[in-house]
Design a protein around this ligand. Structure first.
Ligand code: PHE
Length: 515
C-alpha cells in the first residue's frame, strides 16, 4: 500500500488554510469595534502599519521555521538550535489554551446560527447563563472542528479551507452590499466606523493596533510553524505571506462595512440613539446585532442565518488550526494515530471550556463569584495569551531567524527553497533582525504595563488585577520551560515523517488495475 507524506497538496491549499486560521472572530468582531473606538480610519492606518512591520515579517519567519524542519514546533525549534526547543513548547501550549475559550465563543455562534429563525434578540444573557445549553453548543462546535482535523491535512484541513474560505468571502461581500444599500443611517454608520480622527489616537490605540495584528494573524504560536511544515517547494514564501496578510486585513475591513451601516440604520429607524446600543465587546455581536436583524423582519432572519453561519465558519477554521498544532505534536512525539491525538486534544480542551463557560455565564448575569484577578475566565485566558504571551512567542520566532540561525543563512535558505527574495532581501533582513523584534518588545512591555497600570480605554475597558495576570502568564512560561526540560529536551520529538497517510486514490487505482 502506498504511503504518502503528510502535507498540503498545493500552494493555494496552504494559503487558504493559513488565511482560514487568521480570519476569525478577531476580524469579524474585534477589529470593527476597536477601529470605531480608536479614531476610525486613523486606526486602520496604524493597523496596516502593524501588519507590514510586524505581522508580515513574523508570519514569514514562523512559516520558514516550519517549512525547513517539516516537523512540529518543538522539533522545528530544536533544528534551529539544540537549546531552543522550549520556544516550541510555548508555541504548542498557547494554541491549546486558546481553544479552551475560543470554542465557547464558537459554541455561541453555532447557537445563534441555528436560532436565527426563532430569533436571537434579547436571548443572549439567558442563553449564556444556561450552562447545559452552552456546553452542548460548545461540544457541537468542537466536534465539527475535530471532524475536519480527523480527516487529515490534505483531505480535511485543505479541502475544508478550499470550500469554506470562498463561502465566507461570498457571504461577507453579500452582507456588505446589503448593508450599504439600507439607506437611512448608512452614512452615519460609515462615519462612525471610518471617519479619521487623529485626536483619538493614543498610545493605547497604537498598542491595540499592534496586538490586534498578532491575534488576527494567529502569530506568536505554533500555527504558522505547523502549517508551514506541511508546505514544500511549491509555495513562494514571500508571495504566500503577503496574500495571507491581504486576505486577513480585507476581511477585517469588510466586516466593519457589514456591521456599522446596519447598526446605524437600526438606530435611525427604531429611534434608539446609538450610544445606547452596545458597540463593543461581546455585546456588539451577540446582543446588538440580533436586534438589528429582528428589526428587518423575515429578511432579517435570512441575513442573521447567513451572518452567524459566516462567523461560525470563520471561528471554525481558526479552531481547526489551533487543534492541529497540538495534534501534530502528539502524533509525532507519542507515535499515536491522528484519531487518538485529535480526540485527546479536543477532550482536554472541552474539559477546560466547562469552567470557562460557567464563569462567563455567571459574570454576564451579574454574578462575580467565579472571577480570577477581576476577570471572567475567558478574558483572563485571553489577556494571558493575547496580551502577554503571543508577543513573547513572536519575539522568539524573530530571535530564532534573525540571530540564532542568522539572517544571512536564513535568506540563503529561503532562496534555496525556491523563493526569490530580490530587492526584498535587505528589507527583510533589517526588519526580521532589528525592527520587528524591537517593536514586539515595545508591544510586550507596554502591554504588560497597560495591564498593571491601565493607560486608557483600548476597547477592552480593563479593570482588575493586571499584575496577577502578568505574573500568571510568566508563570506559565516558566512551566513550559520546566516541562520541556524534564520531558522533551533529551528525547526524540518526531517529524512529519512519523505520520504516514494512506493514499486512498492510489490504492483504489491499484486494486482496479489488479482486477
Ligand atoms: N486569528 C484568529 C482570529 O482573528 C484567532 C486566532 C488566534 C486563531 C490565534 C488561532 C490562533 O480570530
Amino acid at each position: 500500500m502506498e504511503q504518502k507524506k503528510v502535507g498540503f497538496a498545493s500552494g493555494i491549499g496552504f494559503i487558504l488554510a493559513a488565511a482560514g486560521s487568521a480570519i476569525g472572530l478577531g476580524n469579524l468582531w474585534a477589529f470593527p469595534y476597536k477601529t470605531s473606538a480608536n479614531g476610525g480610519a486613523a486606526f486602520v492606518i496604524l493597523y496596516i502599519a502593524s501588519v507590514l512591520f510586524i505581522g508580515l515579517i513574523v508570519t514569514m519567519c514562523e512559516t520558514f521555521i516550519g517549512k525547513r524542519a517539516q516537523a512540529n514546533p518543538i522539533s522545528a525549534y530544536k533544528k534551529v538550535h539544540k537549546n531552543a526547543g522550549w520556544f516550541g513548547m510555548l508555541a504548542i501550549a498557547l494554541p491549546t489554551i486558546i481553544i479552551c475559550y475560543y470554542s465557547v465563543l464558537g459554541g455561541y455562534t453555532v447557537k445563534f446560527t441555528l436560532n436565527s429563525f426563532v430569533g436571537n434578540a434579547g436571548v443572549f444573557n439567558s442563553f449564556a447563563g444556561n450552562i447545559g445549553d452552552v456546553l452542548m453548543y460548545t461540544a457541537i462546535f468542537i466536534i465539527l472542528s475535530l471532524m475536519i482535523v480527523l480527516a487529515g491535512v490534505k483531505d480535511g484541513i485543505e479541502k475544508a479551507s478550499k470550500v469554506l474560505m470562498p463561502a465566507l468571502f461570498l457571504i461577507l461581500t453579500g452582507i456588505v452590499i446589503f448593508s450599504l444599500c439600507l439607506g437611512e443611517g448608512v452614512k452615519d454608520g460609515l462615519e462612525f466606523y471610518l471617519k479619521p480622527d487623529f485626536s483619538e489616537l493614543t498610545w493605547s490605540s497604537v498598542l491595540a493596533a499592534m496586538s490586534q495584528a498578532f491575534f488576527s494573524l494567529s502569530l506568536g504560536m505554533g500555527i504558522m510553524i505547523t502549517y508551514g511544515s506541511y508546505s514544500g517547494k511549491e509555495i513562494n514564501l514571500v508571495k504566500s505571506t503577503i496574500m495571507i496578510c491581504i486576505f486577513d486585513t480585507m476581511v477585517a475591513l469588510l466586516a466593519g462595512l457589514a456591521i456599522f451601516p446596519a447598526v446605524f440604520h437600526y438606530s435611525a429607524t427604531a429611534g434608539i440613539p446609538y450610544s445606547e446600543l452596545g458597540m463593543g465587546g461581546i455585546g456588539l455581536m451577540f446582543q446588538t446585532l440580533p436586534f438589528v436583524f429582528a428589526d428587518m423582519g423575515v429578511l432579517g432572519q435570512i441575513v442573521s442565518l447567513l451572518f452567524f453561519a459566516m462567523v461560525t465558519i470563520a471561528a471554525m477554521t481558526s479552531v481547526i488550526s489551533l487543534i492541529e498544532v497540538a495534534t501534530q505534536f502528539v502524533i509525532q512525539k507519542f507515535h499515536t494515530k491522528r484519531k487518538i491525538a485529535a480526540v485527546t486534544v479536543g477532550t482536554f480542551c472541552f474539559a477546560v471550556a466547562i469552567p470557562v463557560s460557567i464563569s462567563l455565564g455567571k459574570v454576564l448575569n451579574g454574578d462575580n463569584s467565579m472571577v480570577i484577578f477581576g476577570q471572567n475566565w475567558l478574558d483572563f485566558l485571553d489577556l494571558m495569551t493575547n496580551t502577554v504571551l503571543m508577543p513573547v512567542g513572536a519575539f522568539l520566532a524573530c530571535l530564532a531567524v534573525g540571530w540564532i540561525i542568522g539572517i544571512k543563512k536564513t535568506c540563503n535558505e529561503i532562496e534555496q527553497q525556491g523563493t526569490k527574495l530580490g530587492a526584498f532581501r535587505p528589507v527583510f533582513s533589517i526588519m526580521a533582525k532589528y525592527v520587528t523584534p524591537l517593536l514586539i518588545l515595545v508591544v510586550e512591555i507596554f502591554g504588560c504595563f497597560d495591564l498593571i497600570m491601565p493607560m486608557g480605554d483600548n476597547g477592552r475597558s480593563f479593570s482588575g488585577n493586571g499584575l496577577g495576570i502578568v505574573a500568571c502568564s510568566y508563570g506559565l512560561l516558566a512551566l513550559c520551560l520546566i516541562v520541556y526540560f524534564i520531558f522533551f529536551r533529551n528525547t526524540e520529538t518526531g517529524t512529519n515523517e512519523d505520520e504516514h497517510i494512506v493514499d486512498w486514490e492510489e490504492m483504489v487505482d491499484q486494486s482496479k488495475a489488479s482486477k
